[in-house]
Design a protein. Structure first.
Length: 191
């Protein structure tokens, strides 16, 4: 598949995607304005793809200095009413936790989605943790997709949920979901 099809693909079209590619299509369908990350497996492909497609999708994208900065870029955009997305591996959520907790407390105006990619069984990480506990601690919603179609759909839905409740929303994936492949049916792209 040509990566540009993640931007140009039409509603009803089906593609065989990696879970992380499905997340990219989800943010494109949601009408994302700003994305920021500090790369780390199992979420790395999202940033690699967005860095290539951002201009075509009319998205501001940056590789930030660290996860805390990426969280603050997304939170600032969401406070301003823009749809924002930050994503990181699970240990990156520890780095971003101060900014995350503040954002959960103050709330957002535009949809803010935080994708954290956990690494059960330590395939590519120095520790194992469950970032759903951050959702419990901060009283923010967490969505957990189990296949590629759900990744795309839940990432897209998370923006609406965030705007409805004026809170950031966590989408928690795992190594297996991020790196699995499956058929994904595209939906409409928000104007």
């Amino acid at each position: 598949m040509n990566l540009k099809e993640l931007v140009t693909g039409k509603s009803g079209e089906k593609q065989f995607l990696l879970g992380n590619e499905a997340a990219v299509r989800g943010v494109i369908e949601a009408g994302l304005s700003i994305a920021a990350t500090y790369p780390g497996t199992p979420s790395s492909e999202i940033g690699n793809i967005l860095s290539v497609l951002a201009k075509d999708a009319n998205i501001y994208f940056e590789f930030s200095t660290n996860e805390k900065v990426a969280m603050e870029v997304a939170a600032t955009a969401a406070a301003s009413g823009l749809r924002s997305f930050t994503f990181m591996k699970h240990v990156g959520m520890n780095v971003a936790s101060d900014s995350f907790m503040t954002t959960a407390y103050t709330g957002v105006n535009g949809g803010m989605v935080i994708l954290t990619a956990d690494d059960p069984s330590l395939f590519s990480s120095q520790n194992e943790q469950d970032t759903r506990n951050y959702a419990r601690l901060s009283n923010v919603p967490v969505l957990e997709p189990s296949n590629c179609q759900e990744v795309k759909d839940m990432v897209k839905y998370a923006f609406d949920l965030s705007e409805e409740y004026k809170l950031p929303v966590i989408v928690r994936t795992t190594t297996r979901v991020s790196h699995m492949r499956g058929v994904v049916e595209f939906g409409d792209v928000k104007d």
